[in-house]
Design a protein around this ligand. Sequence first.
Ligand SMILES: Cc1cc2nc3c(=O)[nH]c(=O)nc-3n(C[C@H](O)[C@H](O)[C@H](O)COP(=O)(O)O)c2cc1C
Length: 172
Amino acid sequence: MSESSVPAETLNRVLWKIPNVLCLVGSRHGDEWNGMTQSWVTQVAMEPVLVAISVDVKAVTNRLIKGQSAFSVNLWDREDTRPFVKFSKPATKEEMTLNGRPIREGQTGVPIFEEAVAFIECTLWQTVDCGTHDLFIGEIVDAGFRADVEDPAVARMEDTRMKYGGVKRGGH
Ligand SMILES: Cc1cc2nc3c(=O)[nH]c(=O)nc-3n(C[C@H](O)[C@H](O)[C@H](O)COP(=O)(O)O)c2cc1C
C-alpha cells in the first residue's frame, strides 16, 4: 500500500475540517473503570442500529472494551467542555465517580455518566482492525437523555481549541 503524496500539513488541515462531536466513552472490565475523551463517533447502520467509535490500540479504554465487549458514549453539555482535558489520560475512580464525575452502572456493566445530557450504551457487535486504532462497532442496548433536558446542545470539537486526528506524529 503506498503512502499518500498529499503533504502532511494539507492532510491535517483537510481532516480537521471534518466536524466531530466531543464526548466521553465509558468502559469497564472487572474492577477497572475508565472514561476517555472521544471525537471519532458515528452511526454506521440503521438495521441493526449500529454506532462506531475508533479507539487507539494503546488506550486503556481499548483493552477494557475488548474485555467487557461493551462501551458507552456520553454526549456532553455544549457549555461545559472542561472534562475533555482531564479525560485524555486514564481516569481516577473513587466510589461511583470517575475524575469526580458521578457515574452509574449500565445494563452491560459499563459506566454511564450521570451528567451526560444524552447517552448510548452498546454491546460490541464487531471490531475492525484499523492499524493505530480499532473501530469498535456497537449495537445499542440502551440510550436516553438526562431527566432534566429535552433537546440539549452537545459539545463538539469546534467548541474547544483541541484537535485530534490527522497524520500520526510522535504520539497522538
Ligand atoms: C479532543 C480530543 C479528542 C480525542 N479523540 C479520540 C478518539 O476519537 N479516539 C481515540 O482513540 N483517542 C482520542 N483522544 C485521545 C484519548 O482521549 C487519549 O489518548 C486517552 O489518553 C486514551 O485514553 P485511556 O488510555 O485513558 O483509555 C482524544 C483526545 C482529545 C484531547
